[in-house]
Design a protein around this ligand. Structure first.
Ligand code: BES
Ligand code: ZN
Length: 606
């Protein structure tokens, strides 16, 4: 029997560094396991290998081949074992650690879908999501963003399926040991952290959308996806003009099944996105601009630990909004800034203004990164960068700094302290300005950002005005609302209007019913609109909206939507039990991380 990979946490390790990872996977859908063999090429940074991989995490490994010194059976890589075997290691030496293992069916990095959970209904499907700390459940490795390595992989899958990874394609061949299977090969020549390793296996097809880009999905979505993401190449070119050359070669997009827990994930060479961005009018393609931006901030320059996650996300949102400025207008960037500030307010309200998880640089000691996740690193981070932009000379000047920061730290990792030191170096002539910034308030204090940016409200004014009309309306004013109110708004403005309403006290039921009558929002498909609309309805205690909200919470599993929808129904006390019941009925089909978070949100025990 091949023992199972222990999904408990690996400690981050610094006395050695993985340089290359060679992976062989045999994907077994019937057992929901990856049979794996990994070879880690490790450079010794101290004279001992004592802390390669913390003991408890590898003690279920079957076969460890340590530079040809074979340890068989259940091997616990204790400090003593390592010191005994490798007492002669010296600084700079490279050793190869080969580990044969099997993943657990409950590995939190993986979701295994049955054919009925796919669009085509014929074939099973598998996808991974490693960020932040789930890679360790699919590969025994130094699962820390401080370690960067290249990788090579060979994946054996049933012949009718396609495997893709976050890497360049390196050919395929029939599996010599099983004629019903094919082996796909991948190479990732750019060093990257383990959280960017990704795999998908399914009945996938693709279409070319640009000179270095294809979209991949089940065939049911591929045309829709090609239309939705047709601006990819022009986004890539814009990003390159801002941040420097794109070093990853290919930029493909994979549209996942609806249970994918995030909006997007910047897996190198192959961005993963939720199908909920397929709006039919390209209005939600900003997710692609965001994931493209990670090709520089996140993937090339990487946060050294998850405490510095804002360096990844804050800079990425900054570049994403610079792309919007270049491709559309400065007014659009300003409008997005307003929306972002509101997201920050929501997160601060959610966590509580004194919660240290709302610090830009939180202490994550013994904190689950999935539970710490919020808009704070994104939007407090963006607010800080925008504030600095205003202080230091505007978008061109500040983007010059961001580009230079990327060049300096490319292929490496960075902490907030290093970022700040470089900021002071780059703007050495503006030291007086930088010294006036309240750094402690920005970085180490909970709650809202200490300075609220003054954004241009040209695009937001129509949203604020319509929101206030509804909030102030008396019963006798309801007749004044017409379909024309929303016809004047574009899609992002409609979303902003709904987001504003959500920040107000719940509307009276009569208002919400009238809103449905004149705007027909129940039939809107756009997920960002629908999500907010259903929350507005449930908040107003409109019972008819409860089944619709629970339907949306379970038909797709993007955590940004599913968690608040479940919570909203749960908070409507008459329907708390209904929310819990619906969750329990659907639990089996949910992504493991989503399920875990909803359990916490709905205070379900056991
Ligand atoms: N890297 C994140 C997603 C992520 C973060 C996954 C932390 C797991 C842990 C990705 O780039 C992201 O930010 N996605 C956003 C997209 C949005 C900001 C356009 C999302 O999923 O909502
Ligand atoms: Zn991101």
């Amino acid at each position: 029997m091949t023992p199972v990979l222990d999904p408990s946490s690996f400690s981050s390790v610094s006395k050695c560094a993985t340089k290359h990872l060679n992976l062989i996977y045999h994907v077994e859908f019937d057992r929901r396991v990856l049979k794996g063999k990994v070879a880690l090429t490790v450079e010794v940074l101290e004279d001992k290998l004592s802390s390669l991989c913390a003991t408890k995490h590898l003690n279920l490994i079957y076969h460890v081949d340590f530079d040809r010194h074979v340890l068989k059976g259940k091997v616990a890589l204790t400090v003593e074992v390592l010191e005994d075997k490798f007492s002669s290691l010296v600084h700079g030496q490279h050793v190869i650690v080969e580990i044969e293992y099997e993943t657990s069916p409950s590995a939190t990095a993986l979701q295994w879908l049955t054919p009925t959970q796919t669009a085509g209904k014929k074939h099973p499907y598998l996808f991974s999501q490693c960020q932040a700390t789930h890679c360790r459940t699919m590969i025994p490795c130094q699962d820390s963003p401080s370690v960067k390595h290249t990788y090579y992989a060979q994946v054996s899958v049933p012949r009718e399926l396609v495997a893709l990874m976050s890497a360049l394609h390196d050919g395929q061949e029939p599996d010599p040991s099983d004629s019903s299977r094919v082996i796909y090969r991948f190479r990732q020549p750019v060093p990257m952290p383990s959280y960017l390793i990704a795999i998908v296996v399914g009945a996938l097809e693709s279409r070319e959308i640009g000179p270095r880009s294809r979209v991949w999905s089940e065939k049911e979505y591929v045309d829709e996806a090609a239309f939705e993401f047709s601006e990819t190449e022009s986004m890539l070119k814009t990003a390159e003009s801002l941040a420097g050359p794109y070093v990853w070669g290919q930029y493909d997009v994979l549209v996942l099944p609806p249970s994918f827990p995030y909006g997007g994930m910047e897996n190198p060479c192959l961005t993963f996105v939720t199908p909920t961005v397929l709006a039919g009018d390209r209005s939600l393609a900003g997710v692609i601009a965001h994931e493209i931006s990670h090709s520089w901030t996140g993937n090339l320059v990487t946060n050294r630990t998850w405490e510095h996650f804002w360096l990844n996300e804050g800079h990425t949102v900054y570049i994403e909004r610079m792309i919007a400025r270049c491709m559309a207008s400065e007014q659009l960037r300003q409008f997005k800034g307003i929306g972002g500030w509101k997201e920050l307010q929501e997160s601060v309200k959610q966590f509580g203004a004194n919660n240290v998880l709302t610090n830009l640089v939180p202490n994550l000691h013994e904190v689950d990164t999935d539970e710490a996740f919020s808009s704070v690193p994104y939007e407090k981070g963006f607010a800080l960068l925008y504030h600095l932009e205003e202080l230091l000379g505007g978008p061109e000047v500040f983007m010059g700094f961001v580009k230079s920061y990327i060049q300096l730290f490319a292929y490496g990792t960075v902490t907030t302290e290093e970022w700040k030191n470089y900021l002071f170096t780059y703007f050495k002539d503006k030291m007086d300005i930088l010294n006036k910034v309240d750094w402690n308030a920005w970085m180490h204090t909970p709650g809202m950002a200490p300075v609220k940016p003054q954004y241009d409200t040209t695009m937001a004014d129509a949203c604020t005005a319509l929101c206030q009309r509804w909030v102030k309306a008396k019963e006798e004013d309801l007749a004044s609302f017409t379909e024309a109110d929303v016809k004047k708004l574009n899609s992002p403005q409609l979303i902003e209007f709904m987001a504003l309403l959500l920040q107000e006290e719940p509307l009276p039921l009569s208002h919400v019913k009238k809103m449905q009558e004149v705007y027909q929002l129940n039939s809107v498909k756009n997920a960002e609109v629908r999500f907010r609309w259903l929350r507005i309805c449930v908040k107003a205690h409109w019972e008819e909206a409860v089944p619709l909200a629970l339907k949306m919470a379970t038909e797709q599993g993007r955590m940004k939507f599913t968690r608040p929808l479940f919570k909203e129904v749960y908070n409507f006390s008459k329907y708390s039990d209904e929310a819990v019941k619906t969750f329990k009925e659907n639990r089996g089909a949910l992504h493991p991380v989503t399920a875990m978070m909803v359990v916490k949100d709905l205070k379900i025990n056991g």
